[in-house]
Design a protein around this ligand. Sequence first.
Ligand code: IZC
Ligand code: ZN
Length: 408
Amino acid sequence: MDLVLKNIGLLATPTGKAAKKGAAQGHITLIENAAIGIDKGKFVYAGSQSSLDGERVIDCGGRLVTPGLVDAHTHLVFGGWRQKEMARKLAGESYLDILKSGGGILETVRQTRAAGEDELFEKCMALLNEMLAHGTTTAECKSGYGLNLKDELKQLRVMKKLAKHSSVGIVPTFMGAHAIPAEYKDDRKAYINLLCDEIMPAVKAEALAEFCDIFCETAVFTPEESRYILIRAREHGFTPKAHADEINPIGGAEMAAESGCISAEHLIQASDAGIQALAQHNVVACLLPTTSFCLDKAYARARDMINADVPVAVCTDFNPGSSPGLNLQLSMYLACHKYKLTPAEVLTAVTLNAAAAVNRAEQVGSIEEGKQADLVIWGAEDLDYIFYRFGSNLARSVIKNGTVVIER
Ligand code: IZC
Ligand code: ZN
């Protein structure tokens, strides 16, 4: 065996290769005095303390061990930042007002178009190292700040290079339908055609993305436009996702469910019918509590979703506008204290269910024989503690594919 972890005070993990819903979301495996065996990057043993021997043995000192965290929703690759919009926000301008005036996403589009590929790569490597240090071992990344063929491909090529060089597992998503770019503001149809007829096939020709996401929102893409774009995306071989009912209740959740989305994002304003539709189609709800926090908005109805048998994931939404933070531990804290989910439900939400939201539940998201050996050793002795001591980075050591990548 390559690596053995012994003297684990508590091993906490969901189990299985599919998202957990309903009461099962809160049913996790808890093993006291546990040990883990890792060989060739995979878990080969996870159970009670045993006399395992390996090339390297780590004494966990009675600490908590969980699966590596999966952040299933980030807008990682962007030029610049948007701190200059903070004053407008503090003075009462809304997120959508700033976007309508040509700022917001469109400001980041200007800065991303102006940035070189190498510059974006270096910036993102540093951000990914910060994520890793906070326990994130897999991250989904969306394009959507190029909004033309050249710059969407540039963002996605940066992700491909990041996937090669970063220890964080990268899941690429094409999100050319993030906003209507300024040069098409009087001809939305032409932009939608450009997306579906030219950019989608080019992205697929280079195999740069598995998923296609869309911002279905007032003043962005209507549910009808979203349906059309996601149908075209499926024809091109993408698995659809949708930002739905974030700011206004416009039937985004229903649209996402009917369009065959693997996940629907935000859902702050999702209706009862929308929640039922998600449950019926087994769509993972990717909830983003730091966005509610940053925009000072309501929190999604996570408990209603769990009661309705919708599998819930929790993610950072890391982006330069509505959630400029990449620490998934803060999202976990808010999910517990604002959504009122239990620590066990939230742990499932940031591991197995998040993995399912990016079609990775067979490989990651739990500590079980055969899965990729991604885990976090926490500066904590039990699960409650990491949902209690907010504001500090409680991840101590991080292991990705069986390699110790962070040791503190
Ligand atoms: O840059 O504002 N919500 N898209 C939809 C975002 C937030 C990212 C941004
Ligand atoms: Zn987003």
